[in-house]
Write a protein that binds this ligand. Structure first.
Ligand SMILES: Nc1nc2c(ncn2[C@@H]2O[C@H](COP(=O)(O)OP(=O)(O)OP(=O)(O)O)[C@@H](O)[C@H]2O)c(=O)[nH]1
Ligand SMILES: [Zn+2]
Length: 198
């Protein structure tokens, strides 16, 4: 299946979500028949499907479409990939950046496929740790590289708008496989993602 942002919405799912969002609107004390929110259940139903479209995508299929045989065997880094996800505990957004590196093993991947894989796994109900691992394992399994590394830096609205209400805390998660387990390789990656070169 090819990756595309969802423009058509499943009528059955939309109808189910729509009636649930109507309940939520009246549940919070708002009149669901007030003009301003009359179409909100349908809008919210479509927005929620957009935000969770990763469930109907297959990251391995996306990656396999753009694998090329090459002898390049230095580190490839794509950094500052913006991501938006929903925390599975509160269904509130968390968002930030992913940085990905791999060292090819006879095969390179089309660069755009790395952000696409980030989207596939972030457009779901997630925790940041699992999101990091999902991306890492998928790249490791599909490309079988000499090494792969993923770092995610994100802020969580469930910690900002509610709960502890901390506005300046960010969470960093990381995962390393193969050659990135070695301190020198890992440090080279961490240095590259902290440089300002765009
Ligand atoms: N490890 C991890 N925790 C997360 C993530 N997103 C949200 N959480 C946490 O999930 C936890 C859920 O804890 P609970 O005590 O069940 O929920 P709660 O009473 O709403 O917790 P507070 O947020 O502390 O008010 C909270 O500590 C959240 O900060 C994430 O991506 N990773
Ligand atoms: Zn949360």
């Amino acid at each position: 299946m090819s990756y595309k942002l969802r423009e058509e919405y499943d009528p059955h799912i939309t109808s189910n979500l729509k009636s649930n969002f109507r309940e939520i609107i009246s549940g919070v004390g708002e009149d669901p028949d007030r003009e301003g929110v009359l179409n909100t259940p349908e809008r919210a139903a479509k927005a929620m499907q957009f935000l969770t479209q990763g469930y109907s995508m297959n990251a391995e299929e996306i990656l396999k479409k753009a694998v090329f045989e090459e002898t390049y065997d230095e580190m490839v880094v794509v950094k500052d990939i913006e991501l938006y996800s929903l925390c599975e505990h509160h269904m509130l957004p968390f968002f930030g950046k992913a940085h990905i590196a791999y060292i090819p093993n006879g095969k390179i991947i089309g660069l755009s496929k790395l952000p696409r894989v980030v989207d596939v796994f972030s457009r779901r109900l997630q925790v940041q740790e699992r999101l990091t691992n999902d991306i890492l394992e998928c790249l490791n399994e599909t490309l079988k590289p000499q090494g792969v590394a993923v770092v995610i830096e994100a802020v969580h609205l469930c910690m900002m708008m509610r709960g502890v209400q901390k506005q300046n805390s960010a969470t960093t998660t990381s995962g390393f496989r193969g050659q990135f387990k070695e301190i020198e390789t890992r440090n080279e990656f961490l240095k590259l993602i902290s440089s300002d070169l765009k």
